[in-house]
Design a protein around this ligand. Structure first.
Ligand code: WT7
Length: 648
């Protein structure tokens, strides 16, 4: 499909025009200091900053500071400053898994809840700078817990509720969280998720590794039966009655840590991505305002779980900092049926929906009737995030869901970037299906080849960003060297994203996908190394290699080559056992889609697994294996091909 030009009706008094975009962008890259000095003022500062940008990508000395001498409190920016003007406006509109259940929480109420939770956390011994893990379903108390941490200067580490006890334990240990906030059970598609039971196991696993979780605050969601550790566990609904509904916000430095969020990389265990307070909130709020053409009184719905960065920046912080109404959805797109998203849109008159291509593809597969029987008149803008959106899905989203009335913003960014970096501005930039279009203010993308040579003009290469922006991550929690190593060592003086991209003749950016060993499964990032280490932790497995392959709905599926220990026999039973094992180690999102038992893996003479070959076989594209002459034993390839699990 060709370019979709900006329509007259997409332009609004609140949105920037193309010429605004061009002049703001030029100002932001020519004079970042001046540009951000101005735009940093969108927040309420306790002590205004005088310094704006102090950043270096230099090898051995990567250091990122924004607004460093300013002080503020993030929760005050999301709550207190709205109370006089819109205290009674709905801040969080919550839609339950069950279509009969919903709640509207005003800014006043949210402020009270956050203050109470902040006081409870203090009573549980949480102080400034200390970490709190949050393992919650999609209920308002998840946002309350995040904001409560911010209020008292504690650092939250939200762990997605779909992660296993092992994964939660590793993250509590890694972040050094002494307090955990969780719920009795979650509810998804009518099924219960045993969060407290998982949390109990996780606390036990962490204890064995020498880390003590001292207090667990439990929100009652379903009222289901749970175990209770007297002295350690506390009910939120009881504790909140014992504390005041006022809590003075802590005065924090702009560079004080706000949160840690674990994310997968190409090697090793997940990294604790650390974001700080001032720059992050400037970025989250400013992108939310301009990318979604935020208008007063509207309902904004980002479908992401708060366990992911999208949920942090666009379900919670961005919309609340801007005084918006954010919709928080507990359920899933296809429960009770594939029309749920559009029922929710009609029920709450949603104006902007921001979701992932994997959801769009799944709903597209269910048939148009689920969409067309809803009105969707309230919608004026559609967003996409998490993975490249294929033109077919883009087209369906545009024509069937939006009836060609609504622009689509395809937004590219990462956990590390804090918020959106490449995106259209809906009333300003012509759209091209599959392209994230243009950089946001202050973002300087660049393409380089494998050797780091800068590529000019219309071409394809590895995507780097050459200068810092306020929302950028500051470090890997507890391991600054890993931060430098991961993002700044491949191409010195540049931030390397791990993505490949193409720039076309109009200067539009097209993200082509990861160029490292990270795969993207249903918009969730997964390190192949993590799945491999989960597999080899099974007693019957001697070696494993994991690659991604194209999957119609998930984007990428997880394909595992498994070599068994001497004497073990391959069987369908064992495959099931291995799938269950990986789910137990990481969580259901890491479920292998295909397992191939392979007596040998293709290795070079120096013992390096040739993943290129494994990827090709997983794609059922073994005609193009390329050079296999450097393999130690070329015969293993024939066996792999004969027994491939993905025959078309
Ligand atoms: C990776 C980051 C950003 C929030 C959700 C995922 C891929 C993200 C797009 C897009 C093409 C995209 C990239 C990126 N990605 N958005 N619009 N088009 N690819 O955050 O888990 O940190 O994953 O998601 O590969 O590197 P994340």
């Amino acid at each position: 499909m060709t370019t979709v030009a900006v329509k007259e009706e997409w332009k609004s008094g609140t949105q920037l025009t193309l010429s605004d975009y061009n002049s703001w962008y030029a100002a932001s890259v020519n004079d970042p200091e001046g540009f951000w000095r101005e735009h940093g003022k969108r927040l309420d500062w306790i002590k205004p900053y005088t310094k704006v940008k102090n950043t270096s990508f230099a090898p051995g000395n990567v250091s990122i500071k924004w607004f460093e001498d300013g002080t503020l409190n993030l929760s005050a920016n999301c709550l207190d400053r709205h109370l006089t003007e819109r205290g009674d406006q709905t801040a969080i509109l919550w839609e339950g898994d069950n279509p009969e259940e919903s709640r509207a929480i005003s800014y006043k109420e949210l402020h009270g809840d956050v203050c109470r939770m902040a006081n409870v956390l203090k009573d549980l011994g949480v102080g400034r700078g200390e970490r709190v893990s949050i393992y919650m379903p999609m209920i308002p108390e998840a946002a309350v817990a995040m904001l409560a941490c911010a209020r008292i200067g504690a650092v939250h580490s939200v762990v997605f509720g779909g992660f296993s006890p092992d994964a939660l334990a590793g993250r509590m240990e890694g972040s050094g969280s002494k307090v955990l906030v969780t719920a009795d059970e979650g509810l998804r598609a009518g099924r219960k998720v045993p969060l407290k039971a998982n949390a109990d196991k996780a606390v036990e696993i962490a204890a064995k590794a020498g880390h003590t979780v001292e207090k667990v605050l439990v929100v009652k969601r379903t009222g289901g039966e749970i175990a209770w550790a007297e002295g350690r566990d506390h009910w939120w609904h009881e504790a909140r009655e014992r504390v005041s509904a006022e809590c003075e916000p802590e005065e924090m430095s702009a560079e004080d840590p706000l949160f840690i969020l674990y994310t997968s990389g190409s090697t090793g265990k997940p990294k604790g991505v650390l974001h700080t307070t001032g720059g992050y909130l400037v970025w989250a709020s400013m992108t939310q305002q301009y990318v979604f053409d935020m208008r007063a009184g509207e309902v904004f719905w980002c479908t992401a779980d708060v366990g992911w960065v999208t949920g942090h920046s666009y379900t919670v912080y961005g919309p609340l900092a801007n005084g918006g109404t954010t919709l928080m959805f507990e359920g899933v797109p296809n429960y009770p049926d594939a029309g749920r998203f559009w029922q929710v849109v009609d029920k709450h008159s949603v104006n902007v929906i921001y979701t992932a291509p994997t959801a769009i593809r799944a709903l597209m597969g269910a048939g148009d009737e689920f969409v067309t029987k809803s009105s969707r008149r309230s919608l004026r803008l559609l967003g996409s995030v998490g993975e490249p959106i294929n033109p077919e899905a883009w087209n369906w989203y545009y024509r069937v869901v939006g009836e060609e009335r609504c622009p689509i913003v395809d937004t590219w960014w990462q956990t590390e970037t804090g918020g959106i970096l490449i995106t259209p501005l809906p009333g300003a930039i012509d759209l091209k299906p599959g392209s994230a279009t243009r950089p946001f203010f202050g973002v300087k993308p660049e393409l380089v080849d494998g050797e780091g040579k800068v590529l000019e003009g219309a071409t394809e290469g590895n995507l780097c960003i050459t200068d810092s922006w306020p929302g950028q991550m500051r470090t890997v929690f507890g391991d600054h060297e890993r931060f430098e190593q991961t993002y700044f060592s491949t191409y010195p003086n540049k931030y390397f994203t791990g993505d490949g991209a193409r720039r076309d003749a109009d200067g539009y950016w097209w993200i082509t996908g990861r160029v490292d060993d990270v795969i993207n499964v249903s918009g969730h990032r997964m390190g192949t190394a993590e799945v491999e280490s989960a597999l080899v932790s099974h007693p019957k497995v001697s070696e494993a290699a994991v690659v991604g392959y194209p999957h119609d709905v998930k984007g990428q599926g997880i394909y595992c080559y498994v070599t068994l220990m001497e004497g073990e026999t391959p069987s369908e039973e064992l495959k099931k056992e291995l799938v269950a094992h990986v789910r137990g180690e990481i969580g259901p999102i890491a479920s292998p889609d295909k397992i191939q038992f392979s007596p040998g893996l293709p290795k070079t003479r120096s013992g390096k697994i040739m993943r290129r070959i494994l990827r090709k076989i997983a794609e059922d594209d073994f005609g193009a294996l390329g050079d296999t002459s450097t393999l130690a034993d070329p015969a293993v390839v024939d066996d792999l091909i004969d027994n491939r699990q993905n025959r078309k």
